[in-house]
Design a binder for this molecule. Structure first.
Ligand code: FAD
Length: 419
């Protein structure tokens, strides 16, 4: 076995980034401890990696930093009933993020994000397949593609998305309304057309998959400590300290994989990173998952439905409102109304959940060493695609820790772009 230089690593966060990074490091023979305030094997674990829509979406290169949505944003923010919402009490705190976001509303930034999302997204399914060979994915992963539907209202945006994906060589199959209804006959025909990504997969239980990966990590010798981390420091050439209220833990290197909560730690390291959160919601319609065979996303509404083991999961919307505001009843009502527009036979919902997408204003994650502390490595900010990118982030970050050479251009993911 190849010997790696690093003698120990501490990882803060047991979401999908943390467990995938941990797994890749223990596979290299490096001793690892993952910290989380909640045990990922417990039923109280409700992080973004638990409640997402479960799409493995290697095609999703375009995000919301694009000129064609600029004119719609103010309208959507003012309306309390649409795919985008704002908690007004959060506006002053959102300003740094928003100023940076406005700077990216141009074609050049859009294509930069698309190019460098594509660089890692195109490796994402293979990275998962490698892990899936080592865990039991029975009844956890489905390979039936993912469908997006739309009305003819925003065709210019649809044309732009199709073109960008075509230019990047992404496989996509456009569908008429009739073809969509042949695939998903229970849907109401309230849309005009759509697209299917035939090689896309979906999770029938994201938390179930995360637990399987975490168990594999433990089996290979990884450690877990349930603790709420308050502070992180590099104190010497090869020494980092992770501190909770009760204890100090020492490692040669540390990784921040704390999702939307990472900013508290990076602020302490003297880096001004404009990480914020796009809040999203889900509800379940129990025993209704049979109504569709694969995820269906209604682009005009900013919401989707995924057939899962817990039921039909209606999931989505973006709410700018920080980490502390309570959940919004209106967002839940919006999700339910959207779900019933496509499937009027749905009855009562259960399990209202609010989750925090960790989002940077240019919609690229931060993956790489801290600018001032080279033994602290960042792995957060994967916004709408953190579930898809977990396995590949694990590979990239473990390579950085082990100081391996890579053919990837990692510079666009550096926190340098904000400092
Ligand atoms: C509604 C919704 C739908 C989504 N759908 C999809 C999808 O279909 N496909 C996709 O690719 N992505 C999707 N995402 C995005 C994806 O879920 C996230 O990007 C991803 O889960 C983030 O993973 P993470 O490991 O970075 O963070 P998290 O999953 O948030 O994990 C971070 C962990 O760190 C822990 N932590 C934080 N701070 C501390 C501390 N100080 N001490 C100890 N522990 C700490 C937290 O407890 C948490 O468990 C969706 C997100 C939402 C909200």
């Amino acid at each position: 076995m190849q010997r790696y230089k690093c003698s120990s690593v501490g990882i803060i966060g047991s979401g999908i980034q943390g467990v995938c990074i941990g797994l890749q490091l223990v596979k290299k023979g490096i001793p690892v401890t993952i910290f989380d305030r909640i045990d990922p094997l417990s039923n109280t674990f409700k992080s973004a990696s638990y409640g997402n829509a479960g799409h493995f979406s290697p095609y999703a290169v375009l995000q919301f930093n694009r000129p064609d949505v600029l004119s719609d944003v103010p309208k959507m923010l003012i309306s309390s009933y649409g795919p985008l919402a704002l908690k007004w009490n959060y506006v002053p705190k959102l300003i740094p993020w928003f100023i940076n976001y406005l700077k990216t509303f141009n074609k050049k930034s859009m294509l930069h994000t698309a190019k460098y999302m594509h660089q890692i997204l195109s490796l994402s399914n293979d990275a998962y397949e490698e892990i899936f060979r080592e865990i039991n994915t029975n009844n956890l992963v489905e390979k039936k593609g993912i469908i997006y539907v739309w009305t003819n209202k925003n065709l210019k945006s649809r044309e732009l998305e199709i073109k960008v994906r075509k230019d990047l060589g992404i496989e996509q199959k456009l569908l008429t309304q009739k073809e969509i209804l042949e695939l998903e006959p229970n849907l109401q025909p309230v849309f005009d057309a759509g697209v299917i990504y035939e090689s896309a997969m979906h999770a029938k239980d994201p938390h179930g998959i995360l637990k399987e990966i975490f168990r594999l990590y433990l089996k290979k010798g990884g450690k877990f400590i349930q603790d709420n981390i308050q502070e992180l420091k590099q104190t010497g050439e090869n020494k980092t300290i992770i501190k909770s209220n009760n204890q100090d833990y020492f490692f040669e290197k540390s990784v921040i994989a704390s999702g939307a909560f990472s900013k508290k730690l990076t602020d302490q390291l003297g880096e001004n990173i404009p990480l914020d959160t796009e809040r999203g919601y889900h509800v379940h319609f129990k025993n209704m998952e049979y109504l569709i065979s694969r995820p269906v996303i209604f682009l005009d509404r900013g919401f989707g439905m995924t057939p899962m083991n817990q039921g039909l999961r209606a999931v989505g919307t973006v709410e700018l409102g920080g980490l502390k505001n309570p959940p919004s009843k209106k967002r839940i009502d919006y999700l339910i109304r959207c779900a019933k527009e496509l499937l009027p036979q749905l009855g009562k919902h259960e399990d209202e959940w609010l989750g925090f997408r960790p989002t940077l204003p240019d919609f690229l994650p931060i993956i790489g060493p801290s600018l001032k502390n080279k033994n602290i490595i960042y792995a957060f900010g994967h916004h709408h695609l953190g579930w898809t990118l977990g396995a590949v982030t694990g590979k990239i970050v473990s390579g950085i820790v082990a100081e391996e050479k890579t053919n990837l251009d990692l510079s666009p993911y550096s926190s340098k772009r904000f400092n």
